[in-house]
Write a protein that binds this ligand. Structure first.
Ligand code: PMV
Length: 327
């Protein structure tokens, strides 16, 4: 039996999808309708401690000392309890090294750190694949944050979700790239991705085209990564991002995640590219941009984006490592 007081700590880094997922196969298993490919970000991470305790009536989730709603956290902990054969609830203490809820993918790093810390505290030895599946139950993008560098999430088709997990394609050292995070809105509140993707699937006439064209984008991105072809990777990243936003814009009611500074920054990146610096943007379900560039070009990207009205903060990042135990 699991002893009360069993505890573990873990760190996981955020990631940004180059070929994105939007839409679910199964809402209970939280399996995505399409695969995705991402890079993990060194500059953005979550540290999480999980401690199983006696005398708790439910799981507790604390983020930077503030009590949070624990429904999704409990979903992951339920699976760990089931695998370990325990009824103990847990206290989860988490902290991000970046602003939470501002569209910087805190759920990706958060649920990956939770999967590693919770299974560690329970004394389970899980494979990376099992950790990826566990993290997926909290957030689809979290399945990719188990891995550093470049990761591909497989949508899978098994009825139990057992083939819906991420794998590493390359480490960051295999092909170093930089990602410049551009914050255009502090504390942005957006429609959650789960609600947004459900609405898109139900109402956008572009959703069938989104599903039909995903396999081709994934194959092209895999080829670009295998060939270390940055221009091909960048063009495909920007195209896939704009295709996702076309789907969001044609959802009813419309999902408009951009603000004026988001659009100005998109133009600044394209102008920079026209002047000879290969740089490409991507944007998730929020107003922030991530700009991909070669490590030596980071100063040019920072300079170009710092001149854009409405840009609050610019954070350059290298590619980050896999999730790991801190104790
Ligand atoms: O991880 P979720 O379920 O919150 O969804 C993430 C959706 C996007 O960030 C827009 C795309 C992606 O693949 O990360």
């Amino acid at each position: 039996t699991l002893e009360a007081g069993a505890t573990a700590r873990a760190r996981a880094h955020s990631n940004i999808a180059l070929v994105k997922y939007w839409g679910k196969n199964d809402v209970v298993l939280n399996t995505p309708a399409v695969g995705s490919i991402s890079v993990t970000l060194d500059a953005l991470f979550t540290d999480t401690r999980v401690t199983f305790r006696s005398g708790l009536a439910a799981d507790e989730f604390w983020l930077s000392g503030c009590r949070q709603e624990a429904t999704k956290v409990a979903r992951v902990l339920d699976l760990v309890r089931q695998a370990r054969g325990t009824h103990l609830f847990a206290v989860v203490e988490s902290a991000n090294n970046f602003p939470t809820g501002a569209g910087l993918a805190s759920s990706a790093s958060g649920f990956a750190a939770l999967a590693v810390a919770a299974s560690g505290a329970a004394g389970l030895t899980l494979t990376d694949r099992q950790l990826s599946i566990l993290a997926r139950h909290g957030s689809g993008s979290a399945a990719r944050s188990i891995f550093g560098g470049y990761a591909q999430m497989h949508a899978g088709s098994a009825a139990d979700g057992s083939d819906s997990y991420a794998v590493q394609l390359l480490s960051g050292a295999d092909w170093p790239l930089a990602v410049v995070v551009v914050i255009t809105e502090l504390g942005a509140k957006t429609i959650t991705s789960t609600v947004g993707m459900g609405a898109s699937a139900a109402s956008s006439p572009f959703y069938p085209a989104w599903l039909a064209t995903a396999p081709g984008d994934l194959a092209d991105m895999r080829a670009a990564i295998a060939a270390r072809d940055f221009v091909r990777l960048g063009e495909l990243t920007e195209y896939n991002c704009l295709k996702l936003h076309a789907l969001m814009l044609t959802t009813r009611p419309a999902l408009i995640y951009w603000n004026a500074a988001t659009v100005a920054a998109m133009h600044a990146v394209r102008d920079l590219r026209a002047s000879g610096v290969p740089a490409y943007f991507t944007i998730d379900a929020g107003p922030q941009l991530k700009v991909l560039c070669l490590p030596g070009d980071v100063p040019f990207v920072q300079e170009a984006l710092s001149n854009v009205a409405g840009v609050h903060e610019i954070r350059p990042s290298a590619l980050g490592p896999s999730a790991f135990r801190l104790d």
